[in-house]
Design a protein around this ligand. Structure first.
Ligand SMILES: [Zn+2]
Length: 263
């Protein structure tokens, strides 16, 4: 069995499923993480909002912003090698750089837009990504029964996470997908209630060994540029990751959509 984890950004698959990936590869299974929004920022114009974010992140110019994508990709390759997985990357830029529609407007020109509905004009992009994922899945395994697809539930509602979920559903149908809980958004338990209280969703836990957990922590630490966004220190990160896993019985929880049929 080959396992294909769809990661909206460079760190999502490892943050959310790093222990499971370590567990699978230790058992000899093949694992690939495909990062969707791994493209460089556009060389020409960016939005005012993107400019303010670049300032906040300390990017002095376009070259610095573009170089950061290369650095983050290297971090991802390091993290994936720690948990024994391969990395693949699509050339889609982050939501803050995307625009389109009749008047070529920015789709997400302010902070709140990042966690609201996906812009309807991104429908064509969903189809493009769906096609790319199918091609990659076919290349990884010529037998569709021998590949398992993992997509984010998009807890936290980030538009790039929604984009990946919709693309996976368009490509394979929601009933064949194994959904993962987006970490760290999944730390807010209220995000998961919809699934816990629904008769159409079933969960399954991958229980992790200390070695799996240790490798996950090391892999999360490999995203050095992201640490300060979520944690005060590496030690603080390790505590948070371990505490979160303990909350699920030292495991990572996954969800399947299995609608009940009333005949
Ligand atoms: Zn993300």
């Amino acid at each position: 069995m080959h396992h294909l984890f769809l990661s909206p950004h460079f760190d999502d698959a490892v943050y959310s499923c790093g222990g499971t990936i370590a567990n699978l590869t230790r058992a000899g299974e093949g694992v690939t993480a495909l990062t969707i929004c791994a493209g460089h920022p556009p060389a020409n114009e960016i939005s005012y909002f993107a400019e303010t974010l670049h300032e906040r992140w300390g990017y002095k110019n376009h070259a610095a912003a573009s170089q950061m994508v290369d650095i983050r990709r290297q971090e991802d390759e390091t993290a994936l090698s720690i948990v024994g997985a391969d990395g693949l990357y699509l050339d889609i830029p982050d939501c803050i750089y995307r625009r389109g529609g009749e008047r070529n407007r920015w789709f997400y020109p302010r902070e709140e837009a990042l966690f609201a509905r996906l812009n309807g004009a991104e429908d064509a992009l969903i189809s493009n990504i769906a096609r790319s994922i199918i091609e990659i899945a076919d290349a990884l395994s010529n037998n569709p029964n021998q590949i398992r697809i993992y997509a984010p539930l998009s807890l936290g509602n980030h538009v790039d996470h929604q984009l990946v979920r919709y693309a996976a559903e368009r490509a394979f149908g929601s009933e064949t997908i194994t959904y993962y809980q987006d970490y760290p958004y999944a730390q807010q338990r209220d995000q998961i209630i919809t699934y816990e209280s629904s008769a159409d969703w079933r969960s399954k836990t991958t229980y992790l060994s200390e070695n799996d957990i240790e490798r996950k922590v090391q892999a999360v630490a490999a995203y050095k540029t992201q640490l300060s966004t979520f944690w005060e220190s590496e030690r603080d990160m390790e505590q948070a990751v371990r505490e979160f896993l303990r909350g699920w019985g030292n495991g990572e929880l996954f969800w399947r959509f299995t609608p009940r049929l009333f005949l």
